[in-house]
Design a binder for this molecule. Structure first.
Ligand SMILES: *Cc1c(COP(=O)(O)O)cnc(C)c1O
Length: 411
């Protein structure tokens, strides 16, 4: 694959114009949008407005005047079409971790006589930690984690299982689970299913309603570009909204928060999943970031994502020196998300050397280099240039430099 072919791919890219909607730093090839999405210009503008005009001038009246109070629902409604959800089932609040707590405990509560939560080894740590915390809180007879290997998921779906909790796209390998099939298998056994969409939302099409999934959580700061620590979202299927109660019964999820009554009465619908006061500045940033998705569809994003990862692999294969980097993501593009992970003994210093040379991936312990591909702001030519830098770092052994060996707190 030559540079002119790569340039042709950019010429034919229907999403090419989206790049101009982001404020990207010069001389940086950003392949880490799966950890922290880049800054949308719309978010920068909105944050400024919320801080100076709304907070600065209009102060408390902004809750009504600028509809701050509606942000959790409004922003959730913008995420809904990206994950194949009809209106009234998605809300933006808290972090994935906190939302997992709400949904897991609520689900366990309606699964009378069942106590097991099945999840997968290699799932994102916080997902597993949250189940362990609930186990400690409620006791094993109410919640018991069964963490199995990927191949054993199906056989673990027994009659004592209350919830199957999986991450749709694995954060390390990028492997995609068959959501529809696993949800159906679980439902056939009376098991509720909770999906973590952290690496799915905004990166590939998801069909929550069509898969008849019960619950989901997802991330605001990865492929949705909401900004560092942007609030997360949660999805609850319509059919559960009347029968379920979440335990973090805060005033924002009350039917009438400003009547200030002493007895908790949950709001109708998805709003009952709110707990405390929304983080307005962060949520406004996410809300503005989502406008970038307005006139495009997830199929276009998926096509570009596949194109970018395939291009990366084809270019990498042209250099025999890069063979030492072993692909641990699936070869099969149909079961691979918008990332490529490679193992290498020197993964950490290679990562540091790449960053120093203007290519930003991330490192995941113990020996993985992870490249994330955000179709909205990456060009095929960026991939070409990133491979040139990668080749230089490896062949010239730049990563052996002492300064790249020191571990930072966040990797
Ligand atoms: C990034 C990520 C999270 C983050 O959880 P927070 O509580 O929002 O920090 C959770 N799960 C997965 C799979 C992730 O990739």
């Amino acid at each position: 694959m030559q540079l002119n072919e790569v340039k042709q791919l950019d010429k034919n890219d229907p999403l090419a114009s989206k790049r101009a909607e982001f404020a990207l730093p010069p001389n940086t090839l950003y392949l880490d949008g799966n950890s922290l999405g880049a800054l949308p210009k719309s978010s920068a503008k909105r944050i400024k407005e919320v801080v100076s005009q709304q907070w600065g001038n209009d102060l408390i009246s902004s809750w009504n005047k600028h509809h701050w109070i509606d942000l959790p629902i409004q922003t959730g409604e913008k995420i809904a079409p990206l994950i194949g959800a009809k209106s009234g089932q998605v809300i933006v609040c808290d972090s994935i971790s906190v939302n997992l707590f709400k949904l897991l405990t609520a689900a366990l509560n309606i699964q009378t006589g069942r106590n097991v939560v099945v999840s997968e080894q290699g799932n994102f740590p916080t997902d597993l930690y949250m189940v362990q915390g609930i186990e400690a809180l409620l006791g094993r007879q109410r919640c018991s984690l069964n963490m199995v290997s990927t191949v054993d998921i199906e056989s673990a779906l027994t009659d004592d299982v209350a919830v199957l909790m999986l991450t749709h796209v694995n954060f390390k390998s990028g492997r995609i689970h068959d959501m529809k099939r696993l949800t159906k298998l679980a439902h056939d056994k009376g098991i509720l299913v909770l999906w973590d969409l952290a690496h799915s939302a905004g990166a590939l099409p998801v069909s929550m309603d069509e898969c008849e999934a019960d619950f989901a959580v997802g991330c605001g700061y990865k492929y949705l570009n909401g900004g560092p620590g942007a609030p997360a979202f949660l999805y609850v299927a319509h059919r559960h909204l009347d029968s379920i109660q979440q335990p973090l019964s805060g005033w924002m999820g009350h039917a009438n928060p400003f009547q200030l009554t002493e007895t908790y009465q949950p709001a109708a619908g998805i709003k009952q999943f709110l707990t405390g006061t929304p983080s307005v500045i962060a949520m406004a940033s996410l809300d503005a970031a989502l406008d970038i998705f307005e006139n495009i569809n997830m199929q276009q994003i998926r096509e570009k994502s596949v194109g970018l990862t395939q291009c990366f692999l084809a270019l990498k294969d042209q250099y025999s020196e890069l063979k030492a980097m072993k692909l641990i993501s699936p070869e099969d593009v149909n079961i691979r998300g918008s990332q490529l992970s490679f193992s290498h003994d020197a993964a950490y210093p290679i990562c540091q050397a790449l960053i120093d040379n203007g290519v930003v991936p991330d490192f995941r312990a113990p020996n993985i280099i992870r490249f994330g591909f955000t179709p909205l702001y990456l060009a095929y030519e960026d991939i070409f240039n990133a491979i040139e830098v990668l080749n230089k770092v490896i062949t010239e052994k730049l990563y052996l430099n002492e300064k790249y060996q020191q571990r930072a707190a966040v990797t």
